[in-house]
Design a protein around this ligand. Structure first.
Ligand SMILES: [Zn+2]
Ligand SMILES: [Zn+2]
Length: 278
């Protein structure tokens, strides 16, 4: 069988243009747009919901409706057009053309998203699969940002690509914010495509943050959130009992002072045994 490289990550992709992992992520994003992203964006674009908290003191009477959100409407249309073009490339009927003469289906975004989810294998074989997937990542990140309350996003770290650029005040430190569920982001400054787990770990290392004080269960949760590896409290206990956490100290009955490098090593070991990388 012909062995191609994935257009997004370079891993083996068989006779398709994207590997299984990237196709899985693509489908996950499509399903999220269908079930959560686009419905939430529609609320914001057309029904004047806002991502800002409403002041309880204002009540409803004195509160002027915010203007129609044009940025949200434009994004909503952009996602719909993207899905229509993807559908057009698969020959989903009925077919029209966009202003660049590319085939697009005239169906609604929700119908097309459902249809595409059933035809991920065909999508992955399109010559344009890499571009379509990259566009969908960009669009779904934008929808996520537009529909996430500011407080739900947290600082993940700084962009490693910008860090290589030296400005007047030393290396450029662009903060990267993302919601918890997000795996990838695009740097708002340089446009680099970022794997957030790596950004997070690099940030912790460079900040010199070496210890955290947590209970065993909370330390395991910390590892899961920061590495995506499914580590349990019991895994940590096993590691300690095997003498693999020499710098981790017990503080009292419940709390431990964990060495971050030892926690990450445990995650790496766990990921190696599970067969997926950190
Ligand atoms: Zn891939
Ligand atoms: Zn950057």
């Amino acid at each position: 069988m012909e062995q191609r490289a994935c257009a997004a990550c370079g891993n083996p992709a068989g006779d398709a243009n994207l590997c299984d992992e990237c196709v899985k992520d693509w489908a996950k994003r499509l399903a999220w747009l269908l079930k959560a992203g686009m419905p939430a964006l529609r609320q914001i674009a057309y029904k004047q919901a806002t991502t800002r908290e409403r002041s309880p003191r204002h009540g409803n009477a004195a509160y002027a409706a915010p203007p129609v959100n044009e940025a949200a409407q434009a994004l909503y249309s952009a996602v719909e057009l993207h899905l229509q073009l993807a559908g057009g490339m698969l020959g989903v009927k009925p077919i029209g053309r966009d202003r660049h003469e590319r085939p697009r289906t005239l169906r609604q975004w929700a119908d097309i998203a459902r249809l595409l989810l059933h035809r991920m294998r065909d999508l992955a074989r399109l010559d344009t699969a890499g571009d379509l997937y990259a566009d969908l990542i960009r669009l779904s990140e934008k929808v996520e940002t537009a529909t996430t309350r500011a407080g739900e996003r947290r600082l993940v770290g700084v962009c490693p690509d910008c860090l290589h650029v030296v400005g007047d005040d030393g290396p450029v430190r662009t903060p990267i914010y993302a919601a918890h569920s997000v795996r990838y982001a695009v740097c708002p400054e340089c446009g680099a495509w970022l794997d957030l787990q790596r950004v997070r770990l690099e940030y912790l290392r460079s900040a010199g943050l070496m210890h955290i004080t947590r209970t065993q269960a909370d330390a395991a949760r910390w590892v899961r959130e920061n590495t995506g590896v499914n580590v349990s409290g019991k895994d940590l206990a096993n590691w300690r009992s095997r003498g693999k956490m020499p710098s981790t100290r017990r503080i009292d009955r419940h709390y431990w002072e964990w060495n971050i490098m030892e926690l990450l090593a445990c995650a790496q070991d766990r990921a190696g045994r599970d067969g997926d990388g950190v």
